[in-house]
Design a protein around this ligand. Structure first.
Ligand SMILES: *[C@@H]1O[C@H](CO)[C@@H](O)[C@H](O)[C@H]1NC(C)=O
Ligand SMILES: *[C@@H]1O[C@H](CO)[C@@H](O)[C@H](O)[C@H]1NC(C)=O
Length: 455
């Protein structure tokens, strides 16, 4: 009896010890496993960490891209274009409560462009010409880019067609990390490239004009047979689909659509010399308004004010780059104020400068000439329904959609995805719909007027 009891106790004791030991062993093993892993990590720390691509989630829900901010997709664009009061109130309330929209990070952009085919597919790029008319009428675009990569990518996604070609000029002030992302984007396309020469763009100086000229030279050198060139800022957005743009440009019949005005000409812009200084170490520059007198324009040219953004025929671009009088005007413009606003207009103004014989130039009085290239909400124009201005130019918002829908201009200037991500999303949806439905122009005849003013 006693012996049996003793045996039973021993058995219980041994079981207990074994249990404790195995738990201890288990933990020790885990711990060893753990340390081995962290010491491994220590060894590879100076190799760049490659983060695993994971599903991007916007924790704040305030990203400006509807693809990563589902809240934006709950707003009905068609209603907003129709000016629906209830929908507008709802959308405005959302914007008021969710300010400071952020964008995709550089890392997210990098992940997006890792696989080009997949990238084009998930972002919905049009990788085939949408019609034979468009295919037979290729376009060239300059896009002047400063800093917002996401907006650049979304613009490109809308205007991209395989038959066109796109030159992106990046302001040299732009951080290297941003330039790298744009490079990754352009590497996904044969017909999208970064300008071979980049300028440090100084506000109101010659460098801004030079940026466009650099891109034009690249477009000509590429040797493709594009018909027209459109220069844009990355902050602009089309009002027309590519198909509609082609219809408009065909109506021009070789005429340029370059803005010209006499009435608001400011002669002080070239009475004295404006010097531009570039600091190559800082990648920055500034302009000095000197008291040095400026000589008269070359060849007795009448300087004409206009817009920096226009629509140019290929023959005009070749003329602007190679004609001696045009080159002399360019050199003369180098120390004037905002030459981008008088260089193109002066060359196109055959009313005052008929001896230029500019291809596609305009013989009508500048103030009588229509301009289809841009819809711009200047501060004094009553066009701005958002009430938000930057440098006296309207940043369009959802209140402007109703008007924009009825405009006959090619491009609207300008938008900001962070200021009104809903308006931007709706512009994208609207142009996409017009593209997919192959919508024609509401009235093609208005565009034929330019042709009647040609030589
Ligand atoms: C675009 O087309 C879709 C599908 O037909 C439609 O639901 C949507 O309202 C359209 N958007 C606009 C802005 O017209
Ligand atoms: C938005 O950001 C600006 C500047 O970064 C800051 O001054 C402002 O307080 C922010 N507003 C909100 C509502 O977070």
């Amino acid at each position: 009896m006693r012996v049996r009891l003793f045996r039973l106790r021993t058995l219980r004791y041994i079981t207990y010890v074994v249990l404790v030991m195995s738990v201890y062993l288990f933990w020790t093993l885990l711990w060893i496993e753990d340390t081995s892993e962290s010491s491994n990590n220590l060894k590879v720390l100076n190799v760049p960490v490659v983060p695993k691509s994971r599903k991007v989630q916007d924790m704040t829900n305030r990203k400006s891209d509807p693809d990563i901010n589902p809240a934006l997709k709950t707003f009905n664009c068609r209603k907003l274009f129709d000016g629906d009061r209830v929908e507008k109130t709802r959308a405005k309330k959302y914007l008021a409560e969710n300010r400071n929209f952020t964008q995709r990070t550089n890392l997210e952009m990098r992940t997006l462009t890792e696989n080009c085919d997949r990238y084009k597919e998930i972002r919905g790029y049009h990788t085939k010409p949408m019609s034979s008319i468009e295919e037979g009428f290729p376009l060239a675009f300059n896009i002047l880019f400063y800093k917002n990569v996401e907006q650049l990518e979304r613009l490109l996604r809308t205007i991209y067609r395989p038959q066109n070609q796109y030159c992106i000029h990046i302001d040299k002030k732009t951080p290297e990390s941003v330039i790298e992302i744009v490079q990754l984007l352009t590497d996904c396309f044969d017909n999208v490239f970064i300008a071979s020469r980049l300028e440090i763009v100084v506000y109101a100086s010659y460098t801004r004009l030079k940026a466009d000229i650099n891109c034009m030279e690249d477009h000509i050198e590429n040797g493709y047979n594009w018909k027209y060139l459109i220069n844009m800022a990355a902050s602009e957005f089309p009002v027309m689909s590519n198909h509609q743009i082609v219809e408009i440009l065909k109506s021009f019949n070789g005429a340029n659509d370059i803005h010209e005005v006499f009435s608001t000409m400011d002669k002080n812009r070239f009475k004295k010399r404006y010097y531009t200084y570039i600091d190559l170490r800082e990648n920055d520059g500034y302009m000095i308004h000197s008291n040095d007198l400026k000589e008269d324009p070359p060849h007795g040219l009448t300087i004409t004010k206009g817009n920096a953004y226009n629509v140019f025929s290929i023959d005009f671009v070749k003329f602007a780059l190679s004609n001696q009088k045009a080159r002399d005007l360019l050199s003369w413009s180098a120390d004037t104020y905002t030459p981008d606003e008088h260089y193109w207009a002066t060359l196109n103004n055959l009313y005052s400068n008929p001896f230029l014989h500019t291809p596609g130039g305009c013989k009508a009085h500048p103030d009588k000439k229509p301009f289809f290239g841009r819809y711009i909400g200047w501060k004094d124009s009553n066009r701005c329904h958002s009430g938000h201005f930057v440098h006296n130019i309207c940043i369009f918002g959802m209140n402007d959609l109703q008007t924009i829908k009825l405009r006959h201009e090619i491009i609207a200037n300008k938008f900001d995805i962070e200021y009104d991500p809903i308006a931007y999303m709706c512009m994208e949806e609207w142009i996409r719909n017009k593209t997919i439905n192959s919508e024609d122009l509401p009235n093609q005849n208005v565009y034929k007027k330019l042709d009647t003013f040609q030589n």
